[in-house]
Each structure stands twice: as structure tokens, then as C-alpha cells.
Design a protein around this ligand. Structure first.
Ligand SMILES: C=C(O[C@@H]1C=C(C(=O)O)C=C[C@H]1O)C(=O)O
Length: 283
């Protein structure tokens, strides 16, 4: 049987979930990680070159008939996310008929920014998707959106732009969770490789539990790979949520409703959760 191809986000945000994942628990060639940025993972899932793993929650919403969500996994925040920032020359209230450069690595955050600008600031800026490079983006736009490690690095070296955390803005205006990524599986895979999927899902949950029980190990690794302080990584990882509770689902479905209202999604998406115990269960 060909390996289950599992996506892996190439940002430090997923380290607590992957650090203790034991690929050697599986028979040879049963599982394979595909490390890519979110927009490429989204594309791989849609094309069938990736079977399961984290994708942008927006992409799940766009294609929810094809996918199920794995229980108890996400990348979310209730308030500050600390790695998704709009950098701007002007205060956000003054960003009306301006151009905003968007990272080409995201799907959730670029659409979240559109929701925030339209619904909360009554603004309709022009958007241009570009490679994630703050200097080049700001050379052609008044504001720029970055996610993941690009946003972390730019926030540490910010040359003086206003910085807006999109998780914080969403929370300020809705009081809800923002779910940026979900672990999705293509339906044909959840049907044809049920047992393997159950084992992979359980391994993710075990790895997540250990990732937080032994957060110091994960933090030391992040510090070694990316720099910054122990304190920063602790705050970052404990400020993110990797769970998927009914409250997360409510926030996500409200985000889908907003996206549909603005025509960013053709319809508001329903979230169907696959779980190892009960196949499909309500959260
Ligand atoms: C917290 C983050 O969440 C993410 C944001 C995503 C998006 O905008 O599409 C997708 C996956 C996650 O990496 C981040 O990238 O910083």
C-alpha cells in the first residue's frame, strides 16, 4: 500500500504537535511527512498528493464536501496569535482606498484580513498577493500581511510600522476563537485507510500531549532553530491552542459565515469531525 502522505507546516507553530511524533511506530513506508507552507499544503490536499494533515481552515471551508476534520487538533487562538501580523504605515482606521500586500503562503489569514477590513473597518482596500518579503511588499503597498515564521521574524525586526495581530483583532470584534488551521483528511482516505488513520491520529494526540508535558524540550529546540528567548517561545506556544472544542467550532463557523457573506466562500461551510472512536461525531 502506498504511504499515507501527511502534511507538515514548515513553521515553528506546529513544533509542539510534531516534535514527539514517532514515525518509527509505523511499518516502513506506511507514513511520510510532506513539509510545505500552508498554501502548498492546501493545494496538495486538493490535488490528492497529500492525504491528511494541517491545512488552512479557509481551505477546509472551500472544500468541505471533500474533507473531514480530525478531532482535538487545530492551530487557533483566543486573542493574540503572535505570528500573524498586518504591518502598516498608517493606523488601521486610515487604511481605506489603499493597497495591501498579502503573503502567498496563507489562505485563512488573507481572507480573515478581508473580513476584518470590510466588516469591522468598513474599508475596501486593494489587495495584491506577493512572496513574503516585508521590504519588497512595503515598497509597493501601504500595508503588508505576513504569517508564520515570516511574521515572527518581521515582528522582531520591525522597522517602525504599526503592527496588528489578526487573532487579537478578531477577538476584539467577535469575542470568539479564531481557528487558523485544522487537521483535515480526504474523505476517500478516511474510508480506505481507516485503521492507519486511527493510528496516525492517535500518534498526533499522544505527541501533542507530550509536547506540552515536555514543553521545555520543544522550546529549547525552537530557540536553537530560530533564536529569540525561552520566555518568548513559552508565551507563544501556550498562547496558541491546538485543540478543537465546541467553542473553537463556533468561532470557525462564524468566520465561514462572514466569508460567505462577503462572497469569499460560495457558501458557509459545515464542519464534520472524524474521530477514531466514533467515525463521524458531533464535536
Ligand atoms: C498561527 C498560524 O497559523 C496558520 C495560518 C494559516 C493561514 O493563514 O492559512 C495556515 C496554517 C497556519 O500556519 C501562523 O501561520 O502563524
Amino acid at each position: 500500500m502506498p504511504a499515507m502522505k501527511i502534511g507538515k507546516i514548515t513553521f515553528s507553530n506546529i513544533m509542539p504537535i510534531y516534535h514527539f511524533f514517532r514515525t518509527d511506530q509505523f511499518d516502513e513506508h506506511q507514513v511520510e511527512f510532506i513539509p510545505q507552507v500552508p498554501s502548498q499544503l492546501n493545494q496538495g490536499m486538493a490535488e490528492g498528493t497529500i492525504d491528511m494533515g494541517p491545512i488552512s481552515s479557509f481551505e477546509y471551508g472551500r472544500n468541505y464536501n471533500e474533507y473531514e476534520v480530525l478531532s482535538d487538533l487545530s492551530i487557533s487562538s483566543l486573542g493574540k496569535v503572535r505570528s500573524i501580523f498586518l504591518f502598516s504605515r498608517k493606523p488601521i482606521e486610515e487604511l481605506k482606498e489603499v493597497k495591501i500586500a498579502l503573503t502567498d503562503k496563507s489562505a485563512t489569514s488573507v481572507n480573515l484580513l478581508k473580513v476584518i477590513m470590510e466588516k469591522f473597518y468598513q474599508a475596501s482596500p486593494f489587495y495584491e498577493m506577493m512572496p513574503a518579503n516585508l521590504e519588497r511588499m512595503m515598497a509597493v503597498a501601504d500595508a503588508a500581511l505576513l504569517i508564520g515564521d515570516d511574521a515572527l521574524l518581521a515582528s522582531w525586526n520591525n522597522p517602525g510600522y504599526h503592527m496588528y495581530d489578526l487573532g487579537e483583532l478578531w477577538y476584539k470584534h467577535t469575542g470568539m476563537w479564531m481557528v487558523f488551521a485544522v487537521w483535515a483528511v480526504r474523505r476517500e482516505v478516511s474510508q480506505s485507510k481507516q485503521e492507519l488513520l486511527r493510528s496516525v491520529h492517535n500518534e498526533f494526540l499522544r505527541s501533542k500531549k507530550l509536547g506540552f508535558a515536555e514543553l521545555d524540550t520543544v522550546v529549547a529546540q525552537a530557540k536553537q532553530d530560530f533564536g529569540a528567548t525561552t520566555e518568548f517561545w513559552k508565551t507563544y506556544y501556550t498562547g496558541l491552542s491546538y485543540d478543537f472544542t465546541p467553542d473553537h467550532k463556533r468561532g470557525l463557523e462564524y468566520y465561514y459565515a462572514c466569508a460567505a457573506e462577503l462572497g469569499l466562500l460560495s457558501e458557509s461551510a459545515k464542519v464534520e469531525v472524524w474521530s477514531a472512536d466514533s467515525r463521524q461525531s458531533a464535536v
